[in-house]
Ligand binder design. Structure first.
Ligand SMILES: Nc1ncnc2c1ncn2[C@@H]1O[C@H](COP(=O)(O)OP(=O)(O)OP(=O)(O)O)[C@@H](O)[C@H]1O
Length: 262
């Protein structure tokens, strides 16, 4: 069973995406659209194919078959450079940070603010970093923007990766399990920020195992099961219970939920 919902204005669309690793098909004919100003939850059990989809949307791994459209234009051979140009910003599960560098340097890596002589404007970058850390990712225990990333906890480091992605907010922000190591307050701040970004015209895709978080913040939910899309439904047409049934039991779970037997 596959359900789709109409989108008003299309940002990213993938069609018929299949990904094989050798004989193993990890994504099977997956199609969906991310609308402009939409927060979309990408849900599913372990191994359902969510991270692989994130990597394909970000151009990090090539699809075996399928098509990638951005604002209606088809792009073949999409790669990381192209998605960066288009305006896709991704926080991967294992976001690469440099432990020997400060939080500020990590956030601005490759996109440093410089003066006309090419020298880095450290004070300005530190100020922006402090502002992001205070407002977006309110993480306990970070003392200063100058702190080395290597001295942070896992959750604090994750927050830096998030800060980096949200500062350079562009058209589409993809977050692969961003809240897995965040404490309650930081998680709430991040979820609120995704909604704020939406108001500013930035769409996001949130991969999470926390269905309550997804339901709270997402306009639409896509549920994957064994490499297939089994549900694509607007928030107002579903419930945490139905999403749970879909994640736990797949298409059968949705049918059972709707029949009142889940
Ligand atoms: N590089 C790879 N080579 C071979 N198989 C892979 C590779 N990457 C992922 N897979 C397989 O693809 C399937 C989907 O993995 P994926 O990481 O996309 O799932 P997921 O939904 O993100 O899971 P989780 O919630 O556990 O992170 C898994 O069976 C995994 O073993």
């Amino acid at each position: 069973m596959t359900e789709t919902t109409a989108i008003t204005e299309e940002l990213l669309r993938v069609e018929g995406v299949t990904k094989r690793y050798g004989a193993n098909t990890v994504l099977d004919d997956v199609s969906f659209t991310i609308g402009r100003n939409e927060v979309v939850g990408l849900l599913g059990d372990n191994g359902a194919g969510k991270s692989t989809l994130v990597k394909i949307m970000s151009g990090v791994v090539p699809m075996t078959q399928g098509a990638y459209f951005w604002e209606g234009t088809r792009y073949d051979g999409i790669d990381r450079q192209k998605t960066e140009e288009l305006g896709v910003e991704t926080i991967f599960q294992d976001s690469a940070l440099v432990p020997q560098m400060s939080i500020t340097r990590n956030i601005f890596m490759g996109r440093e603010i410089t003066n006309p002589l090419g020298l880095m404007k450290m004070r300005e970058m530190d100020r922006i970093t402090t502002e992001i850390l205070d407002t977006v990712v309110t993480i306990e225990g970070i003392k200063s923007a100058k702190q080395l990333v290597g001295s942070l906890s896992g959750g604090q480091a994750q927050a830096v990766a998030i800060a980096r992605a949200v500062h350079f907010k562009r058209s589409l922000l993809i977050l692969d399990e961003p809240t897995s190591a965040l404490a309650v307050r930081a998680t709430e701040a991040l979820l609120a920020y995704l909604r704020q970004l939406k108001g500013e015209g930035v769409s996001s895709v949130l991969v999470t195992h926390n269905l309550h978080h997804a339901y709270e913040v997402c306009d639409r939910h896509i549920v994957m099961n064994h490499g297939r899309k089994i549900l694509d439904v607007r928030r107002e047409e579903t419930s945490v219970e139905e999403l749970t049934a879909a994640v736990v039991e797949g298409a059968v779970g949705v049918e059972r939920f709707r029949a009142g037997t889940f």
